[in-house]
Structures are given as C-alpha cells and as structure tokens.
Design a protein. Sequence first.
Length: 278
Amino acid sequence: MLDLTFLKKKTNQIREDMFEMCVKAGDGHVTSCLSCAEIMTVLFYGGLINHDPKNPEWSERDRFILSKAQASPIFYSILADKGYFDKEEMNRFAQKDGIFGVHLQKTVPGAEISAGSLGHGFGLASGIALSAKLNRELHLTYALLGDGELYEGQVWETAMFASHHNLNNLVAIVDRNYQCTLDFTENLVELEPLDDKWKSFGWEVKRVDGHDLEELYNSLKWVRSRRSKKPLVIIADTVKGYGIDYLSCKPLWHGGTPIKDEDVKSSREDLQRSIQNG
C-alpha cells in the first residue's frame, strides 16, 4: 500500500539534506535537484526500483541512470540515506578528500555511470537495456533526463535506437521544469508539443504532475507488467527550484548554490515554510 505520508517526509528530508550539503560545499546545482525530488523519492522509496545497498553490484538490480548528472547531490543524499555509504561523506561533497564531486561519478557506490555531458547517460541507458534484452535479463533500466538536455541530438538518436529495438525495459523520465542554463526553454528553442515528439519517435508517452507523489507512483507502478513493445517515457511537469521560492523560476540560479548569508537565510526560510505547508 502506498504510504504518501512517508514519501512526503522522505521528499522533504532529501531536499534538506541536499541543500545543506551544497551550502556547506559552496557548490552544486541546487535548483536542478529541487525539481526532481519527488521523482527520485517515488523511485527509491516507493518500492519501484529493485536494489540492494549491501550489494550495489547485485546482478538482478534495476539500473538507474542519472542522465541529468548535475542533479547528483540529491542522488547522493538518497544513496547516503539508503546506506550505500556513511552519511559523513556528505560533509565532504565537492572536497578534495571526498568520494564524489559536483557531477555524477561511477566511483560512488550505487552510481552506475559517470556523467556530466548531457545526453550521454541516456545513450548508455539504452545500451544497458539492449544488453539486458539480449541476455534475457529481467531488470529494468530507468533514465532521468532534464528538459534542457533534450536539445542534444544524441537524445533523439537514442530515442530512435530504443524504439527500433523495442526496448520496453527502458523507462525515460523527463524532468520538465521549463528551464535550462540561461533562460526558459520556450524562449530559446521550443520543446512543445513534447508528447507528440516522443510519440513520433515510437515511444509510449505519459504526462504527469512531477510534484504529485501519488500521480508519479501510479504512472510507474505498472511498468514491470506492461505488454507494450515500446519504450516508455514519463514527462513530469515540474518547477525548477521547487520548495524554495527565493531560487525558483530564476534561470541564472541554474548552476549556483546560495553562498551569501542573506541568500542562505532566505532559502532556508522558504524551504522550511514549504515543508510546514505540506
């Protein structure tokens, strides 16, 4: 049975853990992490991904590929909470003596790949899914992409490849927060109608509210038993910087972490307010 209270609590916890880790380091893509918190929570705390923190290389584990690798801090927060490594490591995020940097590194227990160049992770995810098909392995491969990432040609090459090979064991999730590095996506190069684009590439498409835990869960809970031969993409509409109004919907915060005292104070107050308001 879905425990929404528990999932909400975990979402708030990983948002706070991620934020404090980045503030301490003075680095990290905070707003990119905030927009995908519910997505990550549902996957890792909703019983959707098969994994084992005590055995990160378990052959039957589902593979999670963080293609929007700038959101690594929130992934690290989850891995620490799940017991993949000591939480003390979070104090050394982006430090010389730490085990992880700003972008995703495979050396971190629980991480499948190193990534940073956008589109790279999605291509690897399709290769992992194809390998599983050829070897008759039953695990699923999930790939989380950013919407700015969809400007990369490699993404659409991968979309064609996955459709051609009927990779119905591949689930792509697009964090559709409508922002990229310098501006809102629709001001740069329009991505909509995004549903139709994916459908034209031969994918099954679902669109959900990316901050609604129940809606996210219901869109994903059936993926292991679905009969379609098509790969699946979930387009999750989100808000960049969600939970911290001070940072939200401001593109120039894309690669930044609050450092100045007034920025940190305002951000913490906003985060606590959003948690209290549920």
